[in-house]
Design a protein around this ligand. Structure first.
Ligand SMILES: NC(=O)c1ccc[n+]([C@@H]2O[C@H](COP(=O)([O-])OP(=O)(O)OC[C@H]3O[C@@H](n4cnc5c(N)ncnc54)[C@H](OP(=O)(O)O)[C@@H]3O)[C@@H](O)[C@H]2O)c1
Length: 165
C-alpha cells in the first residue's frame, strides 16, 4: 500500500492558523477532494474536529490517544499511526492519504512514498508548520500552476513528489 501525504503550504511551510487554514482557495479544495476521493484519509483529532462533518466519499480515520474517543458518523478511530495504516491496508486500500495536521505530518513524513503538495505563493500569518522537506529525497512527477484570480487571492502550484528510490 502506498502512503501519501496531501498538504497545502505557504512559502515558509505554514499550513495553519490555530485550527484553520490560512487561506481559502476553492480550486485547491476541489483538487484535495478529487485526489482523496474513494480512499482512506487519516487525520489527527484536531484537524478532524475542525471539519463541519466527516469528508464524504472517503473513509475518515481519526487519530487520537484518547481510548474513550468516539466520533459520530461513518468514521474509524485509531490510537496510533501504525494502527491507522494497518486498518487501511486490511480494508484493501492501495493508496492511503495522510491529511494532517502538523503532528500527523511530522510522524508520517519518514514513511511517505508520495507527497501531494500545494505550494501557495504567499507568506501568510501561519503559526503551524509542515516539517522540513529534504529536496534530495524527492523527485517531482507532476506540477500544475494556478494563477490568482477573483476567487483565489494567491497563485498556487500543485506538485506530486515521489520519494527517491
Ligand atoms: N494546510 C493543510 O494542508 C492542512 C491540513 C490539515 C491540517 N492543517 C492545519 O494543521 C493544524 C492542526 O495540526 P495539529 O498538529 O495542531 O493537530 P492534528 O495533527 O490535526 O491533531 C493532533 C492530535 O492527533 C492525535 N495524535 C497525534 N499523534 C498521534 C498518535 N501517534 N497516535 C494517536 N493519536 C495521535 C492527538 O489527539 P488527542 O489529543 O485526541 O489524543 C493530537 O492531539 C490546523 O491549523 C489545521 O488547519 C493544515
Amino acid at each position: 500500500m502506498l502512503i501519501s501525504i496531501i498538504v497545502a503550504m505557504d512559502e515558509k511551510g505554514g499550513i495553519g492558523i490555530g485550527d484553520r487554514l490560512p487561506w481559502h482557495l476553492p480550486d485547491d479544495l476541489k483538487y484535495f477532494k478529487n485526489t482523496t476521493m474513494g480512499h482512506h484519509l487519516i487525520m489527527g483529532r484536531r484537524t478532524f474536529e475542525s471539519l463541519a462533518q466527516p469528508l464524504p466519499g472517503r473513509v475518515n480515520i481519526v487519530l487520537t490517544r484518547d481510548p474513550a474517543y468516539t466520533a459520530v458518523g461513518d468514521v474509524l478511530v485509531a490510537h496510533s499511526l501504525g494502527k491507522a495504516l494497518a486498518q487501511a491496508q486490511r480494508r484493501g486500500e492501495r493508496e492511503a492519504f495522510i491529511g494532517g495536521g502538523a503532528a500527523i505530518y511530522r510522524q508520517s513524513l519518514p514513511l511517505a512514498h508520495r507527497l501531494y503538495v500545494t505550494l501557495v505563493h504567499a507568506q501568510t500569518e501561519a503559526d503551524v508548520f509542515f516539517p522540513q522537506i529534504n529536496p534530495n529525497n524527492w523527485i517531482e512527477q507532476r506540477s500544475s500552476h494556478h494563477p490568482a484570480d477573483r476567487n483565489h487571492p494567491f497563485p498556487f502550484t500543485t506538485k506530486l513528489l515521489r520519494r527517491e528510490a
